[in-house]
Design a protein around this ligand. Sequence first.
Ligand code: ZN
Length: 511
Amino acid sequence: MKKGLNWKRVLTRIGIAIGILIGLTIVFVTAFVVVLGPKVSVTTQADTVLAPEMVPPGIETTVAFVNVNVIPMDSDRLLEGQIVIIKNGSIAEMGSGSSVDIPVDALKVDGQGKFLMPGLSDMHVHLFNSENDLLLYLANGVTTIRDVGGPPIRLQWRDEISAGTRPGPNLLVRSPLIQQLNWFNGITYTWASSGGIRTANTPEEAEKLVAEFKAQGYDGIKAPHGIFNSMDVYRIILASARKHGLPIDGHAPIPLSYGKDKTRCWNEFRNLGVEAVAHTEELIKIVDWSDKSIRKTARDVADDGLWVTTTIALIQSILTQRYNLEDELAKMPEVKYVNPAILKRGVAWLDIKDGWVPGLNKYEADPDSSKEEVLEGISSYIQALGKMFVALHEEGALLMSGTDTNVPLMVPGFSLHNELEAMVDLGISPYDALRTSTYNPALYLNSLNEFGTIEAGKRADLVLLQANPLEDITNTRLIEGVMVRGRWYTRADLDTMLDKIAEANQEVSEE
Ligand SMILES: [Zn+2]
């Protein structure tokens, strides 16, 4: 018999080989997505979500704060012996003793010796997928937050909160971060972030994305970010956002950060017409740190009406995180409220560090680096930042409080009090620090008719304190109760929320 190739058999074997290859690829990709996905994802699946019945509903009725000291935050003043009536989610009436009638059906809250101030705002938060964080803000008197970039699910949370079906602070949502990435990184980043990062490499793509975000209902654009190398794309994002009437907020573009010719970089940045930066740090990246230059920059920022979100406490914590992480975490009892998925985000063996704990914290010291050099570098960075903040304040620049929550050591809600204290430690008055968290965010959002001060007609977003924060800023932590859109949470309600979250986190951590 003539021996030849059995083509049928060869083809079958090739078929089987291809089949196995495809099969392995599917298995590998699935394993990668399932196992690694949640660990590297910037929108980490929440490890703990409290069931609705675990969350105290608060009280929604007519409320009268009786004989309370009001800190209205419209100017540096205190109104003693006030009656404040809340009806249908708004401040209905406010006045001294005899001038205001208390409705018979009102729930009376005794304000004797207590202080009522507007709810606080954290204008730079990252919710990731941690739904319980919304409760942490409430428990800390933070009644307005701005997520600086999230996937569309966040829009649903925002709408549920405003419809009253989900407990939480008033939520603003910036679009997903627009990044300039190659096709591979573009796909993996978009996937790993569940759509929280999107790619635009050309001006056309950028324009299309901004239009898409507008149609989806985002409150603004999170853009130009650090990885941006092309100023064309940066400029087109700014122009498109303007065209759609969307505010834009973000980082200074890479080509203008840490440039050699600081004067040119700063002038070019000013000419872009950016209306807000996400951190005080952005300014430090562009200009030099001489007293003269810091002063001039602060004056320019004030003249230009450029808004600056503070995020001072985070930068101040970097040195401690680098050399004393474990001790510092041990000193923070509020860490138990942080979603365990966020604490442990990252994959150590791949050197992906997005978590808080040792081994997964990106701020931790690299053992090979020289301690003296790094110490000096970070110390002078922190010092320059402090000087910049004070100069901005003195020059009358527009500042709003923000903390970059869920970045290591920034515990949602709690970090806002650290931020206010950091401002006062740098030498500004408690009243001015509180302005950055009440009146100013409302001014920035063109919403002073809605919130930011205590006045009849405004939304009832309020915090009742045991002691006067104008005398000592740490008194903002002494919370007796929080009201958001007229819903009143007593201290007991807030403690229940916190305890349930800590319990649920503890259970997950022990698994
Ligand atoms: Zn951030």
